[in-house]
Write a protein that binds this ligand. Structure first.
Ligand code: APR
Length: 197
């Protein structure tokens, strides 16, 4: 159940837009902290201790309450395992929730990195379903500091989300893939074409 077309009512003119099982999927270039969606995903680390990249940007823009909630989660359950996701509120950000997932560090690809990256996307979508979130934005998890090859990561992100949406019709209406870097944004567009999803 897929349609492909130009974004007509999408968040940004010229964005790619496909419909997967009734859910609008957008590929966008931009800063995820500015996204007006219910949930934005943070490419965090297992200790939820903050860092650089998208994690740093989210904590800087969202303010200290996000880290306070992360500290609480760390106390209660010791952080988040690679591939899992937990949530906090979004502080000063326009989103309602931040979903914190820890992506795998790339160690050559023979250590389950692909499976764990797919697990990150599924965990966030499950959380969205549980919280009855209707819109979610993903960054390119693991493709910065964690060094996951960008093309492979884009394939996993798009395929995993497509499969999950087809299997879980629900309240979700919109999924966005938000890339800060032009290179990664282009890759997503190319992968979308080549995967025929
Ligand atoms: N909006 C969208 N994407 C962004 C933003 C932003 N504001 N800032 C960075 N990115 C992109 C990067 O260009 C990269 O493609 O997010 C992608 C993921 O990069 P990282 O943030 O480095 O995340 P990751 O590779 O998963 O490494 C996680 O880095 O900062 C630490 O605490 C974090 O230890 C964790 C590790």
């Amino acid at each position: 159940m897929m349609e492909r077309g130009k974004a007509e009512s999408g968040p940004e003119a010229g964005s790619a837009n496909i419909i997967v099982a009734g859910v609008a999927v957008y590929l966008q270039k931009g800063d995820i902290t500015r996204q007006r969606v219910e949930a934005i995903v943070n490419a965090a680390n297992t200790s939820l201790a903050g860092g650089g990249g998208v994690d740093g940007a989210i904590h800087r823009a969202g303010g200290p309450s996000i880290m306070e909630e992360c500290n609480e989660i760390r106390k209660q359950r010791g952080g988040v395992a690679t591939g899992e996701a937990v949530y906090t509120s979004a502080g000063r950000l326009p989103a309602t929730y931040v979903f914190h997932t820890a992506g795998p560090v790339w160690h050559g690809g023979k250590n389950g990195e692909g499976r764990l990256l797919a697990e990150c996307y599924r965990s966030c979508l499950q959380l969205a379903e549980r919280l009855e979130v209707t819109s979610i934005s993903f960054p390119a998890i693991s493709t910065g500091v964690y060094d996951f090859p960008k093309q492979k990561a884009a394939e996993i992100a798009l395929q995993t989300v497509q499969k999950w949406l087809n299997k879980h019709p629900g309240k979700l209406k919109e999924v966005r893939f938000v890339n800060f870097e032009e290179e990664n944004h282009r890759l997503y567009l190319e992968v979308l074409q080549s995967l025929d999803i």
